[in-house]
Design a protein around this ligand. Structure first.
Ligand SMILES: NC(=O)c1ccc[n+]([C@@H]2O[C@H](COP(=O)([O-])OP(=O)(O)OC[C@H]3O[C@@H](n4cnc5c(N)ncnc54)[C@H](OP(=O)(O)O)[C@@H]3O)[C@@H](O)[C@H]2O)c1
Length: 292
């Protein structure tokens, strides 16, 4: 089965490329090889590769920059996704796409379901929601996987920022009143490949939106403490800095984040017979192979 992966050099794209199953013939294109905001280029790449499935890992992910760069965020996260959906519909093939917990406002206090109302609070969140909607308009044969707090060995993420700050400072403050689920790029990639395998076998899937994140929910502060503990254990840091819990107001950022970004993963676990993944295990493995 031929699979076209866009955004192949991002955190998730990298892990998708490193976990290619033996049955898949993959063409992975980074942003320099295929700009998804270029409709003609998207159509040409699809006609050339003639994939049986598209997996879109390309996105504008600079959440704070998006507040002052709305046009680019929407071009990539909405228009680009629309072009990919159009190409998938023209080729009569399915498409897997990744979205975010930031489509929600974070006002709930129980895990978000796929059926919950979206109410993005940031430009990034609004652009990702527009991408979901554009894709759903183009084709029914889509899987939209909403995930959260992504970390991986390749690319930039919170874990790497903590490692850097931990090597530079004795003390730091980390937000303790936002709750979410750290999720490894590897576990996202493996789950997407599992879905692709099922599609290969059955030529169909229970299409739609799915939430996927690792267990168990925590705050950024709790995540930071776990990162430092594991980094010291693995000899990546000589000693952990003192980490102080701080409220969101103490660390103002341009984009508003959901206070509570926990998503319910039961729908995906049941539909695809997957087991829950602990982010602590993923963190341990990621730190053992991290690109610094
Ligand atoms: N990171 C998170 O915490 C997080 C949380 C929830 C959901 N997600 C979602 O998960 C997915 C994967 O995210 P990630 O963490 O892997 O992001 P990432 O590391 O930023 O990777 C995104 C990739 O998309 C590429 N890209 C940007 N504009 C493009 C364009 N116009 N055409 C083609 N490629 C383009 C980027 O290339 P350049 O670097 O060359 O621009 C980058 O390699 C995204 O849909 C994201 O919205 C991420």
């Amino acid at each position: 089965m031929k699979v076209l992966i866009t955004g192949a050099k991002g955190q998730v794209g990298f892990e998708l490329m490193h976990a290619v199953p033996e049955w898949a013939a993959v063409t992975g294109l980074g942003s320099k090889e295929l700009d998804i905001t270029d409709e003609a280029a998207v159509m040409a790449a699809c006609r050339r590769v003639r994939p049986d499935l598209i997996i879109n890992a390309a996105a504008y992910t600079a959440v704070d920059k998006a507040e002052s760069d709305q046009d680019t965020a929407f071009a990539v996260n909405a228009t680009g996704v629309d072009y990919l959906g159009k190409a998938a519909a023209e080729l009569d093939i399915p498409i897997f796409h990744i979205s975010t917990d930031y489509v929600f406002d974070g006002m709930k206090d129980t895990p978000y379901l796929e059926t919950d109302t979206c109410n993005p609070q940031s430009v990034y969140g609004a652009s990702k929601l527009a991408g979901e909607q554009a894709l759903a308009q183009r084709t029914d044969r889509h899987v939209i996987m909403r995930t959260s707090w992504v970390f991986g060995r390749h690319g930039n993420n919170f874990v790497k920022t903590m490692l850097r700050l931990g090597s530079e400072r004795d003390t730091l403050g980390v937000i303790d009143d936002q709750k979410g689920c750290p999720t490894s790029a590897r576990s996202i990639a493996l789950t997407l490949w599992n879905m692709a395998e099922r599609y290969r076998q059955e030529q169909s899937l229970p299409w739609g939106i799915y939430h996927f994140c690792n267990d168990v929910p925590c705050s950024w502060y709790e995540f930071a403490c776990a990162i430092f503990d594991e980094a010291v254990l693995q000899g990546l840091l000589a000693k952990a800095p003192t980490v102080n819990p701080i409220p969101t107001e103490a660390y103002p950022l341009p984009a508003k984040r959901p206070q509570y970004a926990v998503m319910d993963v039961c729908k995906l676990m049941h539909a695809f017979r997957r087991n829950r993944v602990l982010w602590q295990h993923e963190l341990r493995d990621m730190l053992a192979s991290v690109e610094q």
